[in-house]
Ligand binder design. Structure first.
Ligand code: KIV
Ligand code: ZN
Length: 527
């Protein structure tokens, strides 16, 4: 292969481009939507992680999606270390122009065009003939090249497409100017051998296929997203599309942290390189969980709570003698650290800022002031402040930036003698409002007070409480899920007081709902 890529220049044969689609494929799956501030926070964390391409959204899907692609292009897209910022577009003029408009201020940009190529999708969904799909491909890629040098074209449902037709349409896309060709396993149907055969076939039969980057994008319906991704790389793909924690449509996408660590740990059979700073993987995974309210399962590879836990005596004995007995990579290599006593109530702002830098945060002065105030408050109430406490607190603070409704204070009278009474203060659009309410318990009373200050119709469908660290003085981490007219949102809160954490989580969910009310769901991917 001898690839000169418009965004990456001359590519080393073994270089893998990491394309992250957490903010597009991940975000479009139910329950995972994020507001603008959260997307920007994720975009910053992904940039610091070292991804090469960030799919920031699907610009034409809604005004909100357009705004978030544009905002990412205008913020992260201006940094010296910016990844290539991409927007998805269907193979039609309006889509391509909308993507180009949203991306126009990004220093490095990519228009990513998708059209289905399987017989089933072309006939039933697109109602286009194969020749019309080829024409739409050529027209849209040609148009996109007038707005960006870097254009990706994806054959939706490639793995269930007729492979002869796939060769024809890929050739047409390359001739029209596509610089990356992506062959997704859209429905997670393929086996690793099928995937490898598809890439070899394209490389053998399509003129010019060795001059562009072949990309792989695998869904996890049969639990094979990562295996298929690795098979594609071994067969010639040099771009991997994946998401943090493997989030995405239905069963999700190949998980970025698993693909990266598989390549790194099995370098003997996968001698490939990428730019990911693996020690930041855990932090980005946790940030995504905090924002979306979905923790990964405990046994999730790399970032699950038990991924490096050794319970069985025989295993513990082995690990104490030599960690390599049961650990194929070190926990530290992906960002796990032993709980450390970090700061106390006498620590000053400089030490706090320093700690945040070590934990990978670079936040502005206003957020730093608010976070420092909350840290002092926490240190007064909690004997030991761990790194996890700081992470929960700062993520909580950062998430609340730009919110219309903000938690101010809560005074609660509860116990076994009288019904609980909540006295709540919330700031709505900059004005502080007060309400008091009773209820069937302190949480119910607090939520009733929120509804008094900010009346709404949403139903509470889930309420859960966990602990950030161990001990009775641990911060509570709460999740509240609200549902309104079929739209579902999750909010999170953290505090040493469980009821305050619950109020924060409710308010967070409410803010997300306000964002969702203005947003229509992305249209089906048809031209
Ligand atoms: O799964 C898929 O086919 C996609 C495309 C839009 C790339 O997400
Ligand atoms: Zn997908």
């Amino acid at each position: 292969m001898n690839i000169i890529h418009p965004s990456f220049g001359k590519l080393d044969d073994n270089r893998i481009i990491i394309f992250d689609t957490t903010l597009r494929d991940g975000e479009q799956s139910p329950g995972f939507s994020m507001n603008l501030a959260e997307k920007i926070r994720m975009a910053e964390a992904l940039t610091e992680l070292g991804i090469d391409v960030m799919e920031a959204g699907f610009a034409i899907a809604s005004p909100g999606d357009f705004e978030s692609v544009k905002a990412i292009a205008e913020s992260v897209g201006q940094r010296d270390d910016t990844p290539v910022i991409a927007s998805l577009a269907r193979a039609g003029q309006m889509d391509v122009l909308r993507a180009a408009e949203a991306l126009k201020s990004a220093k490095r940009r990519r228009i990513h065009i998708v059209i289905a190529t399987s017989e089933l999708h072309m006939k039933v969904k697109l109602r286009l003939t194969p020749e019309e799909v080829i024409q739409a491909t050529v027209d849209s890629v040609t148009l996109a090249r007038q707005h960006a040098d870097d254009v990706e074209w994806s054959a939706e449902d490639a793995t269930r497409s007729d492979q002869d037709f796939l060769c024809r349409v890929v050739e047409a896309a390359i001739r029209a100017g596509a610089t990356t060709i992506n062959l997704p396993d859209t429905v997670g149907y393929a086996m690793p051998d099928d995937i490898a055969a598809m890439y070899r076939n394209i490389l053998e039969r399509v003129p010019g296929a060795d001059q562009i980057v072949l990309s792989t994008h695998n869904h996890n319906d049969l639990g094979m997203g990562v295996a298929n991704t690795l098979a594609a790389i071994r067969a010639g793909a040099r771009q991997v599309e994946s998401t943090i924690n493997g989030i995405g449509e239905r069963a999700g996408n190949a998980s970025l942290e698993e693909v990266v660590m598989a390549i790194r740990t099995r370098h003997d059979v996968m001698p490939f390189s990428n730019n990911i700073k693996t020690t930041s993987l855990l932090r980005v995974s946790k940030l995504l969980s905090t924002i979306t309210g979905f923790d990964v399962q405990p046994n999730k590879a790399i970032v699950g709570r038990n991924a490096f836990a050794h319970e069985a005596g025989i295993h513990q004995d082995g690990v104490l003698k030599d960690a390599a007995t049961y650990e194929i990579m070190t926990p530290e290599s992906v960002g796990w650290q032993k709980n450390s006593l970090v700061l106390g109530k006498h620590s000053g702002r400089a030490a706090f800022r320093d700690k945040l830098n070590t934990l990978g945060y670079s936040i502005g002065d206003n957020q730093l002031n608010d976070a420092f105030r909350r840290f002092k408050d926490l240190a007064d109430r909690k004997k030991i402040v761990y790194d996890e406490d700081i992470v929960a607190l700062v993520d909580d603070e950062v998430m609340r930036d730009h919110e219309r409704v903000r938690f101010v204070s809560l005074d609660l009278h509860a116990g076994s003698k009288a019904p609980p009474q909540a006295e709540l203060e919330l700031e709505v659009d900059g004005v502080v409002h007060k309400a008091s309410s009773s209820g069937d318990g302190p949480v119910d009373a607090t939520f009733a007070a929120i509804r008094k200050i900010f009346p709404h119709e949403a139903n509470l469908v889930l309420f859960s409480v966990g602990a950030v660290t161990e001990g009775t003085d641990a911060q509570a981490k709460t999740t509240v899920r609200l549902e309104e007219k079929g739209k579902m949102v999750d909010g999170q809160g953290a505090d040493t007081d469980t009821i305050v954490a619950s109020a924060r989580a409710y308010v967070h969910a409410l803010n997300k709902l306000l964002v969702k009310r203005d947003r229509t769901e992305p249209a089906a991917l048809s031209a």
